[in-house]
Design a protein around this ligand. Sequence first.
Ligand SMILES: [Zn+2]
Length: 378
Amino acid sequence: MHTLNIDFNLQLKNKLIQLYKSKRIPHALLLNGKEGCGHFQLGFFLANLLLCPKASEQPCGSCPSCIKFLAFQHPDIHFSFPIHISKAGNTEISDDKRSEFISLVKKYKTIGKNTWNAILGNESKQSVIGVKESQSINKKLLLTSYEGGPKVLFMWLAESMNLQASNKLLKLIEEPPERTFFIFITNKKDQLLPTIKSRLQCIDIPSPKKPEIVNFLEKEFNLKREDAVKYADTSNRNLHAAVNNYINSSENISQLPIFIKWMRLCYTRNISDNIDWANEFSKVGREGVQIFLIYSLEIFRNCIVGHYNESINDLEEDEQEFLNKFKPFVNNHNIVQITALIEEACLHIDRNANLKILLLDISIKLYQLLKINKQNKE
Ligand SMILES: [Zn+2]
């Protein structure tokens, strides 16, 4: 699991190392930035550094503490994160979902809110850090550390703490037990309770530049550069979105039947059928729609270069026939606009656009773009 200690946000990583070397790591630190900015990785790196007894500038990576840490088995790091809480019982704590959380981090090497909510069972249901979790944190951190070293609380999406949970944690942050560090990760620090925020030392983290994301995908997932660029292009500088696009598109074998249906519908120009389709298809969720759009973009581009990529090698006869007929509609007259349309839509999805409206809007614009092309040719 060395993979989370990546060369990402190098400048900030060095800043943390400097703070560590001069023994100035604040006991309550807030790493804030947009999703996929690398705050999760930096927090993880710092926790590893704090817990490694042999660390100088970096965690040594090979002592018993590091080995346990990197296997998510270190007893002195406590992971806290939002979960779905039942209204009736309200007894759930993060540890109930610990194994799901760890699997996600291991698989993605990063993390994102929508993906996490989907794993919890409902993408659009809000997840919360509730008062039971705060009580559990209090209990854990008041115990002496198992390994005799420091203890770390690593809280992802700390802004998900509700009022009760925040209040329950205030005293602990203000008067922490000895050698206890709090690492809070937020996407939106302004949603933290002000009394919590004022007790934390905050580092704001900028979103990564595209080449950083491309490098990450190449290195961590062995992607070819052109593929890495493709996923980074539609990620809106969100590392998690880029990884998620890659993982989902590699798991979904054929989106072609959906694409064919969509294009046929666009052509009918029957608004009510298109609305029905948008309503139905939007149920796959934000990430599902995004993956599909990226897939569609690939088909549009392939229409220009004249070949279809490996993922659609096994074509049924009718599918091949459709693509042959469809190909002439996409060419140098409209591909730039089509590409811009799809890429922009992917960004809007990240910004919480209404999926049904967005899909309908692309359908109408696509029809117009494909029609322009046809008229030019005639
Ligand atoms: Zn170590």
